[in-house]
Design a binder for this molecule. Sequence first.
Ligand SMILES: [Zn+2]
Length: 64
Amino acid sequence: MDALASPLLLAIGVGAVALATLGLVSRRYQRCPHCRRLVPRAHRGWLRCRTCGRQYHRSVHLGR
Ligand SMILES: [Zn+2]
């Protein structure tokens, strides 16, 4: 293995893992529309936010 190729491959690997984790997190979690905390995704119906106690819907996406 080339001495320069190894850190590059490591960086690519770490980047791929970070991207996969981000994708998984955005699929399982969403932002509470009221307090902007990360909350479990409401796949159907409504869930209650544990932080502010208000209800949210799945239509509210991450980063909005
Ligand atoms: Zn909330």
